[in-house]
Each structure stands twice: as C-alpha cells, then as structure tokens.
Design a protein around this ligand. Structure first.
Ligand SMILES: NC(=O)c1ccc[n+]([C@@H]2O[C@H](COP(=O)([O-])OP(=O)(O)OC[C@H]3O[C@@H](n4cnc5c(N)ncnc54)[C@H](O)[C@@H]3O)[C@@H](O)[C@H]2O)c1
Ligand SMILES: O=C(O)C(=O)C[C@@H](O)[C@H](O)[C@H](O)COP(=O)(O)O
Ligand SMILES: [Zn+2]
Length: 369
C-alpha cells in the first residue's frame, strides 16, 4: 500500500509517495506533467542500479526518455557537474516542458532541482530519492543548489518538485554508512519537533540499523510529515524553517573544512547536533541528561558524536571562521539552532567564548558517547 504525505504550498503543492516497488510501476508517474521529453539525471553509482527500471516506467508517458549520468559524490556538487546537466538538455533539444527526473541521493536531487530552476528560467522536475537521507529530507521542500569551496549550498534556489517518489526498495542496495548518515536527519526531527518520535527512534534503532522495512517506512513517513508541516508554514526560511538546520551550523563547517566528501553530510549533522545540544546546555536551555540522551542515540545510529579537528593550531577559530559563512548568519554574527527544552528549537546567537568551549570539548579525544 502506498502512503502519501501532502505538502501544502498553494499552487506549488505536491504529494510525497512512500512504498516499496514504486520505481518500477508506470502508474506512479501517471500524473507527472506531460511533455515530449523526459531527462533522467542520475550518477555513475545509482544509474546502473535503477535507471533502467525508471526508464521503463516513464516510457508509456513520454515519447522520448533520455539520461545523463553525473560523477558520484559531494565533491562534484559544483558548477562543472551542473554544466553537464545543461549540456544534456541542450544536446537533446529540450524545451520548456521537458521534465527532469532526479534519480539518486541528495547530491543528485539538489543539483537536478537547481538545473530545473534555471534552465530556460524554469522547467518541471520530479524527485526520485534513493538514499534514506534524501527520502526523509532533501527531496522535500525545494532547497536546491551547489556548494562553494568556502560554504555548503551557497549557490541555489528555492524551487519545488512536482512529485516525490520514495521507493523503499532502493534501501536494499544502500551501504550501511549511508543508512547511518540518513538516520542523522531522521533523529533531528525529534529534538526540534516531536519527542514521541525520539522515544520511538530509541526503541526502534536496532530495527532501523538492520534495514527493517516496517521501521524505515515509519521513519520516512514521520520525517516527511514533520518537514512538510514546517516548510508549508515557512517555505523560504523567513524564520521557522531554520529549525530544520539543527546540527548543520557545526556540521557544514566540518564538511567544508575537511573537504567535501571526507565526512558525509549526515555524519556532520550527527556530530553537529551533539555540539549544538552542548551549547544549548551551556546557555541553560536543556539539562545534561538531555544532551547525554541525544548523544547516545546519535552513537547508536552509527554516527560520530565528536567533531572533526579542522586546524591543529586554532581549531575553534577555524570553526568560527567557516560558520560565519552560514546562511543563517546576520551582520557577521553566527546564529545557531538550539534546543529550548525537549521538542522545541530556537535560533539565536551565542557568545564566541561558549562556542569555543563547546568545540574544544567536543573535538577532544576524551568525549565518549
Ligand atoms: N535540499 C535539502 O533540503 C537537503 C537536505 C538534506 C541534505 N541535502 C544535501 O543532500 C546531500 C546528501 O545526500 P545523500 O546523503 O543522499 O548523499 P549522496 O547523494 O552523495 O548519496 C550517498 C551515496 O549513496 C549512493 N547511492 C544513492 N542511492 C543509492 C542506493 N539506493 N544504493 C546504493 N548507493 C546509493 C550515491 O551514489 C552516493 O555515493 C548533501 O549535499 C546535502 O547538502 C539537501
Ligand atoms: O530543508 C531545510 O530547510 C533544511 O535545512 C534541511 C537540511 O537538512 C539540509 O541539509 C539543507 O540543505 C541545509 O540548508 P542550508 O540552507 O543550510 O544549505
Ligand atoms: Zn541536512
């Protein structure tokens, strides 16, 4: 049975379909925009696994279905790879109705969405996420873009897909490290919005790690519900949507500071959530027991609970330098997503001295789960 979560954005509303076997069924795509051509955008890892199935499912709906295969990895989330999508569109004679299908994880999804937002000033696109992370987070909500060497997702656009298709069977081929990375974004929804979901995650973590489809289906559904609710209230991150950035201020600094692809996005978010929780505690917003609880859950998901060392001379200084580029910063002041009591997030500044204390503590070898 297919679960459907609706994201309510007026004329930009769309459904998120969640089930096993969706990718291989032509019916899944019956209500996609009509066009003379579709372009599947995937990468060298995912295309050999799933592009043939998707091509067959799209064939009854589009006279021509083309493919472009990108290099794999966060290090390729840049202008050069984006140009490859535009080249494929131009060489295939794409027009304003051509539909792009993003088949892959968040890297493919973010770049395909940005290509769709900008090609001919906007063509439709569909998200077909194949990682846990992309099903629970990146395929939903319309943040698209590429990285700058100094900062994550610095260039992009808000641009919503027409449809999101979460086929749970794609988890069958997902490496364990990528499953854990996806669990970071799942865990995030508990402290910021739903402590009952955090209780559920604590109980079901062994099943999730083992790839149990029942548990994963619930995690995808509940994550999409929470994200859809937040995005529908604040599509372009005027205020509320920033809570979805919990763990990301530190995490993005780790990704950029280590070099894109060394730490996975979800790994940065895992350690980043622990660091943000430590900072929340120092500001008197949560108690030590809550921080311990979150750290233990992150560790049980197979994620790092310590930050990376970015600079042997002045590690905290390097974090601060990178975090000043964060999109939430205002007038040079870094704004953090903090936990203001379990299940509630707040976005605010923190004194540099406290931030340094947290970085020094969390990047030291002694910190254990
Ligand atoms: N737009 C948003 O709201 C949003 C939200 C969260 C994350 N992101 C972005 O998403 C990216 C991370 O996404 P990700 O974790 O999916 O990483 P990813 O796209 O790099 O995919 C992870 C790895 O798994 C491979 N893969 C994908 N599906 C597979 C499958 N079914 N079987 C086997 N291998 C598979 C990929 O080829 C890749 O090597 C980051 O760039 C992050 O900034 C965006
Ligand atoms: O959708 C959002 O809003 C998020 O913040 C989700 C994050 O998980 C995601 O990594 C997002 O791309 C980060 O946004 P950014 O604006 O900090 O680049
Ligand atoms: Zn994220």
């Amino acid at each position: 049975m297919t679960d459907t979560v609706h994201i309510d954005l007026g004329d930009r509303s769309y459904p998120i379909l969640i089930a096993s076997g969706l990718l291989a069924q032509a019916d899944t795509f019956a209500h996609c925009p009509k066009a003379s051509q579709a372009l599947i955008v995937s990468n060298e890892t995912v295309a050999p696994l799933y592009a043939r199935q998707l091509q067959a499912a799209l064939a009854p709906h589009y006279p021509k279905v083309e493919q472009v295969v990108l290099p794999d990895g966060e290090a390729h989330k840049n202008w050069t790879t984006l140009q490859g999508i535009f080249d494929a569109l131009m060489h295939n004679g794409a027009d304003r109705k051509t539909v792009l299908f993003a088949l892959g994880g968040g890297v493919v999804g973010d770049m395909t969405g940005f290509a769709a937002a900008s090609f001919m000033r906007g063509v439709p696109f569909v998200q077909v996420p194949t990682t846990l992370l992309s099903q629970v987070d990146s395929s939903v909500g319309g943040k698209t873009g590429i990285n700058h060497p100094l900062g994550k997702n610095m260039i992009g656009a808000f641009y919503q897909p027409q449809l999101v298709v979460c086929d749970l069977d794609t988890f069958d081929t997902l490496p364990a490290r990528e499953l854990s990375a996806g669990l970071a974004e799942v865990i995030k929804y508990g402290p910021i919005a739903d402590m009952a979901f955090m209780d559920w995650l604590e109980a079901e973590m062994p099943a999730l790690i083992a790839g149990d489809k029942r548990a994963l289906a619930h995690a995808v559904r509940r994550s999409c519900e929470i994200k859809a609710d937040v995005v529908s209230k604040d599509e372009r991150e005027a205020d509320l949507r920033a809570i979805l950035n919990f763990g990301h201020t530190f995490g993005h600094a780790i990704e950029a500071g280590m070099g894109y692809g060394v730490w996975l996005h979800g790994e940065g978010v895992g350690a980043g959530m622990v660091m943000a929780a430590e900072l929340s505690q120092r500001l008197g917003l949560v108690d030590a027991a809550f921080v311990r609880r979150l750290r233990a859950l992150v560790a049980r998901a197979g994620l790092p609970v310590r930050g990376a060392m970015l600079d042997s001379q002045d590690n905290a200084g390097r974090y601060l330098e990178l975090m000043r580029h964060d999109k939430k910063s205002q007038a040079g002041a870094i704004r953090f997503v903090l936990i203001d009591g379990p299940g509630k997030a707040v976005v605010r500044e923190a004194p540099d001295a406290l931030v340094r204390e947290v970085i020094d503590l969390c990047c030291a070898e002694a910190v254990q789960a």
